[in-house]
Design a protein around this ligand. Sequence first.
Ligand code: FHN
Length: 563
Amino acid sequence: MKTAPNTYLWLAAALLAALTPMPAAAEAAKFPPVQPAAMQAWQDKRFGMFIHWGPVSLTAHEIGWSRGTQTPIEVYDNLYKQFNPTLFNADEWVKVAKDAGMKYIVLTTKHHDGFCLWDTKLTDYNIMNGPFKRDVVKELAAACHKGGIAFGVYYSVCDWHHPDFPLTSPGGSVKRATSDLDAYNKYLLGQIRELITNYGPLITIWNDVPQMFQGRGVKTIEMVRALQPDITINNRSGDGGDYETPEQQIGGFNMTRPWESCMTVSAHNAWAWGGAKDGVKPLADCLKMLVSGAGGDGNVLLNVGPRPDGVIDPAQSGRLKEVGEWLAKYGESIYATRGGPFKPGKWGASTRQGKRIYVHAYQFDGDSLELPAISATITAAHVLTGGTVEFQQSDAGITLSVPAASHAAIDTLIALDVDRPALDIAPVAVARKSGSLANGAHATASNVFQKQAGYGADKAIDDDLETRWATDAGTRQAWLEVDLGKPQTFSKVAIHEWEGAPKRIQKFEVQFKDGADWKTIFAGTTVGPGFNRAFPPVTARVLRLNILDAKDGPTLDEFEVLK
Ligand code: FHN
C-alpha cells in the first residue's frame, strides 16, 4: 500500500517526539550548557527563514521523503547530475529574508537524502560534482555575513543515502543488510566540523530526525561547543539540545525553555519546492504564526522551498515581504520581547518589553476585549495600528474598549504602558467569552483523569488551549458529550488533541443525538493538534466525540462546534 509522503512526515514527527526526551526540569544537562548571552541573542531575533532545497526541487516532490516513494531511489540519487540552478543568487535570498524582517537563515545543508550543498571532502555526493559546481553554503554564508543576518545550518542526523547509516528509503523504513553506525557517526561529526570551521560563525546547528542516534547526540553537542562556544543547537541531536522545536504548529506558552516553531509558507505544508500549483498560506496565517509564537515566548522559523532554477518563487517571497512590511511598522512588539503576560489563544497574544505590554488582538467581543487582572497598573494605552482605545482596570480584570473602526484587519496592536517592569507580571491565561461553554453549553465524559475537575469535560469546550479534558492512563475508548443547551445548527467541528500527546486517538466518530439514537456525522482516524472538519449543516442540541480506539488515555485541549 502506497503511503502518502505526508504520512511519513507525521511518522517522522511522531518518531521524533518519541526520540526527543521531554526536558524534565530536574534532569541534569548531559551536555555543556549553552552560553546564556547566545541563547538570549537567538531569542531576541524571534523570526528566521528556513530553506529546504536540493536536486529534489526538480521533481516538485518532498525532500528526502519522496526518495523511494514518488521517485525511484535510482532516479532520485542521480537528480544532482541535472541540477543546475543557474539563477541562484545568495544575495537575492538574503534580500528576501531581510525584506521579510527575518533575522537569521537556516539552510538544509544535508537532508535525509544525503546530498550535500557544500564542498565537503567526505563524500562525492555533493553540489561540486554536478553541473552547478558552486558551493551554495559558502555563497549563502557569505551573503548572510555581508547582509548582517545570522546563518545557521540544518544537518539531518538520519541519512538514507549513506551506506553506513543503518536505515534507508522509503522514509528510513528499510534496514540495510550491512551498516556501520560508528563509521557514520564519524562522518556526521566530520561534516558538522567542516560546516562550523569553514562557514561559521553559525547561529545554530539544526539537527533533524535522529533515528538510531540516542546516546550519540551528546558527542555532537560537545564538539560544536568546542568549535564555537557561543553556538546553539536544537533538541534533535539525539540527546536533546538548547531549544525545543514544535513543527507545523505554534508551541504553547513557555518561558522556561527556549523554543522555535518551524512552519511552512507553502499552502500544502511542503518543505521543498512543491511546484507552481502549491501556493502559499494567507498573510493572516503567517502573521499570526509570528505573533502567537512571540506571544508564547518562542521563535518562528518560516520555511521557503526555492525552485530548481535557484529562485525563491515570487508567490513565496511576496508573502514574506508582506510580513516584513508589517514588521517594519510594528517590529518593536516582536523583536527582543518576551511572551505574555496574557497567554496566547484564539483571542490573540501579548508580548512585553520594558514597562510596556503589547496586546495583539485578533478578535473582539463587539468593541471590547476582556483581559484578566494583572499585578501592575496601566498608566496609558494607545492603538499602534491606528484608532482609539479606552481602558478600565480593577482587581476583577481589564476591559479594553476599541471601536470597530479601530479594529485592524488581522492584528489590532494596543500598547499598554504600566507602572513597573512588564516582565515582573505573572503570566495569565485569557478565558474567552466565545466557545460553547460561554454560550450555555456543558460537557460530560465517560472518564476524567483521576476524577479531577481540573481535567473535566468542560475544559474541552472553554476555548482555552491552556486547559484540557484528560482521561486515565490506559483508557482506550471514551466519549465526550456536549449539550449545547438548545438546538443549534453547525457545520464544522474543531478538535485540538493536546500537543503533549499528539495522535493518541486512532479511531473516532462525531455523532449527534436524534431522539434516543446517535447519528454519525463523520468518522475519522487520527486527530492531532489542529483538526478541522466541515460537513453539511446539522441541527441538534447534543453531540459527542465517540473515541473507538486510542493508544493511551485521550486528552483534548478543545472540541468546538462551529457555525
Ligand atoms: O523529515 C523532516 C522534514 O522533511 C522537514 O525537514 C522537517 C523540518 O522540521 N523535519 C522533519 C520532519 O519532522
